[in-house]
Design a protein around this ligand. Sequence first.
Ligand code: ATP
Ligand code: MG
Length: 657
Amino acid sequence: MDAGLNDAQKLAVNTLAGPMLVLAGAGSGKTRVVTFRIANLIKHGTKPSRILAVTFTNKAAQEMQHRVAELISLKPDERPEISTFHSLCVRILRRQAEVLGYPAKFSILDASDQSSICRKVLREIRMADSTLRPRDLQYLISHWKNRGIRVAQAAHIATTDKEHIAAVGYRRYQDELMRCAAVDFDDLLLLVDDLFGTYPDIRKQEASRFDHLLVDEYQDTNGIQYNIVRALAEGHRNICVVGDDDQSIYGFRGSEVEHILSFPRDWSGATEIRLEANYRSVGSILELANTLIAYNSNRFDKILKAARPGGKRPRIEQFKDEESEAEEVVKSIRIQIARGERNPREIAILFRTNEQPRVFEQELRKHDIPYVILGSKSFFDRKEVKDIVSYLRVLSNPQDEPSMRRIVNAPPRGISNASVMKLIDVATEHGVSLWEVMLDDEALKILAVPARDAVRNFIELIRRGIKLFEERIDADRLQQFITDCRYEKEVARNSNDDAEREMRWSSVEEVVNSVSSFTEKRTSPKLESFLEEIALAASDMEEDKDKQLDKDAVALLTLHASKGLEYPVVYMVGLEEGILPHKRAVAVEGEAVNEERRLAYVGVTRAQDELTMSMALTRRKWGRVYEQIPSRFLFEMIGQADNPNAYNPGKKVRSGK
Ligand code: ATP
Ligand code: MG
């Protein structure tokens, strides 16, 4: 068990009880400690099902499950519970939501459902778009929720006009969600926090399911997650958290680095462990990372030494525009692959903003280099995928109004938008759902006879579907239902030619495929668990990451999505003021820029053997060309922060002493 661990790691892995904090820099083996510790607990007699480990992404959870299985053999039904905060909370709520007034089969809304509810809410309170746009409302609601601010408090803390209107909108938004028996992503955490706060018995009941709690990436917990961790662990006090204050990158979502720093005060008698060897990156890369992060004040001072000193010197390169940046980066990737020095999967391109990957994608395609975009939602954003998933959501929870509205007339079946709006007015007036109004023959009389018949046929369709998926979901049943819906008509209607029809139809096929792989994994595949998996995967976009495991492809991913991962060869692109640090941070400076610096630190520390950082001297925005300034982080990394002339634009600049 101790093989491949240093002394500090051994101590962490062999201390099996009581609170423990592992606070250490990037690549020092924190995640390794968590997996080994889980295996060691099991070896010492803890039942796997009594262990709960929480990580930041689905991918990380899978990876951890996998690594534990490698360390110790487990029966398939005797596994530790390893999950993200969100899936942990979904499971708790499925058991307990009824006391909060939600049915156990509540729906989980995605961002586009949220925005359609925000639009509806603003229409109802008759707000012109100019005062508060739907997306401002959506942003403010999420901002508040991430900071644990409930409807009642929002009205109190609102200061500007916008915030006052948003507070009113927030209340209506929550009423809407309740009416649709739906929760949004932030609610998952907030509702569990409410549940634990209001019902101590339920808290005890949920906490007593486990004897050990381990949390990875603890620096990124927000106040609500902090409360949940506390609520689950305060009974047994066997809580082990690992993290790195220098990698806290979710401040904009309300995460507070204070939580990790105050751990020893919160949990008296905590064992504190520091890991000081970095096993990931060669010395030359680690040196840059250490130099950079030293520019942040208010950090917990840590030592991080390279277990592999020396190494190839990181490169810094300047290009005339974003196209030549992409060309050159891809060229260098191409050469390494052609020479057989690297496999595509060993290489990653990291970027800050979502506009950046497009040119890289084009270049990679041009040269037939396989790549995957990690952290892209594209699959779930496709219309066909959203439609089919909405149908399934309606079958699971007919009250789910955003989903209902999506599919009620897709394909067209004679229920016009005007008819739907009439029914929704009735529903809103009586505080019931659209579905309930549809079922009410009296209420339907406001519609003309043909529309009424169309609604009745639709109800029959939904009822047949509910019955079909009552026991289980599988690919055959889904196909049968898609035929029953006549969804092919919708695909045909939206396609201009055969090629487009085929492409759209293949998205439908992919949903069927995902159902089929889901059923393979489960002994009793339920519709609700499938929807849950889809909702959670779409949310942190981790689904795509699996693709890279079986595909030998270059990874394109955002710095945020790269947390916890490692690649032999890393390209960090777009190191320019306004990109990294992001322009929103530059506008306010201070802590916002410090967070960007931590993000840059995360990027640099993903690289194992080779790192290239690049920037473009000009960049096109909305068709106009703008000059770009090198990122301050570049100057800092090479120890020239006070000397902007150290940079000589026009010439390739290489780092080093
Ligand atoms: P991050 O801060 O980026 O999340 P981390 O601290 O979680 O990093 P790990 O991912 O656990 O670090 O480890 C980084 C790399 O170092 C991994 O490849 C891991 O296998 C390796 N490693 C960790 N500890 C040791 C060790 N004692 N001996 C050899 N290799 C190790
Ligand atoms: Mg880690």
